[in-house]
Design a protein around this ligand. Structure first.
Ligand code: NAD
Length: 279
């Protein structure tokens, strides 16, 4: 079902501020709803479409009564002519949504996590061939990006490194995309694996966590949590702990809005918020 719809094409305001037309995919979900509110609050962004395979709650549609919505992404794109599609769905649905957006000339901004390396490669190839800017961030929180930068600095000086990531109990994938990316960043910065401290005897299986080139990753899922990560570097007579806490989903919005504004100027696929902040 597609309802509403507006005239296509970007418009310029009196102050010649360019308005970006935005579609939110996964609009009935926790992140999609937050993004919808964040886009509605920005004067240079125009929310033109909402897509979800579930019903989009009436209160969400009431906030933006005039826009296209529905469960068929191609139809909502056709109806609303967005320039940017924000995707917060799931690892199974995300790649197809992204490829469909690129095929329609729409730049994707993606927060969905858990994509396989093959899916990322396919998106990169597709966006490059189409000449469409695309952006994926495993974590849109500025503080999480800073944490990764600090880990990159510390990693060459400590041989023993463990990551504890803590998320709400509804998160379906583990480890978090951020924890995986942090482990990759640490190993790349070291140029060699971390050193796993051997355990001689296990009285319970699995207690040492997952292993990425010697970096142990422990995933905690509990109600009451949002998104948190602690990285502990162990050295001779000292330990360094770097921690970041997202205490509400609002923490991701400044990063999402930055990506919406920049994605169309990117050359093919760019991964990671640090690429937008530091380049
Ligand atoms: P959620 O389950 O609340 O929402 C996902 C929504 O996607 C659901 O409403 C679902 O119906 C919809 N959906 C599924 N398949 C679809 C399809 N084919 N087309 C349209 N809609 C579809 O999940 P959430 O908590 O909002 O998280 C969504 C994703 O965002 C997860 O992968 C999560 O790990 C990730 N996430 C990323 C960040 C970040 O900073 N990058 C932050 C938080 C969450």
């Amino acid at each position: 079902m597609v309802a509403g719809g507006r005239a296509p094409a970007a418009v310029a305001t009196a102050a010649s501020e360019t308005i970006v037309r935005v579609l939110v995919c996964g609009a009935a979900g926790r992140m999609g709803r937050q993004v919808t509110q964040a886009v509605l609050a920005e004067s240079d962004l125009d929310l033109v479409g909402l897509c979800d395979v579930r019903d989009i709650p009436a209160e969400v549609r009431q906030e933006a009564p005039d826009i296209a919505f529905g469960s068929d992404l191609a139809a909502v794109i056709g109806e609303s002519s967005p320039e940017v599609m924000v995707d917060f769905t799931d690892a199974a649905a995300g790649p197809a949504n992204i490829l469909a957006a690129i095929d329609a000339g729409v730049s994707p901004v993606v927060g969905t996590t858990g994509f396989s390396p093959d899916a990322l490669e396919q998106i990169a190839t597709h966006s490059r061939a189409a000449g469409i800017g695309a952006f994926i961030a495993p974590n849109f929180a500025l503080g999480a990006v800073m944490l990764m930068r600090m880990c990159e600095t510390a990693a060459p000086f400590f041989d023993h490194i463990e990551i504890i990531e803590l998320h709400h109990d509804k998160k379906i994938d583990a480890p978090s995309g951020t924890a995986f990316q942090t482990a990759r960043t640490i190993v790349d910065a070291r140029g060699k694996p971390a050193i796993d401290v051997p355990t001689e005897k296990f009285t319970l299986n699995g207690v040492r966590g997952g292993d990425y080139h010697g970096v142990k990753i422990h995933s905690i899922r509990l109600p009451g949590l949002v998104a948190h990560q602690e990285v502990i570097f162990g050295g001779l007579g000292q330990a360094l702990t770097i921690r970041h806490d997202s205490t509400s989903r609002e923490s991701f919005m400044p990063g999402v809005l930055l990506a919406i504004r920049k994605v169309r100027s990117l050359d093919g696929l760019v991964v990671g918020l640090d690429s937008l902040l530091f380049n």
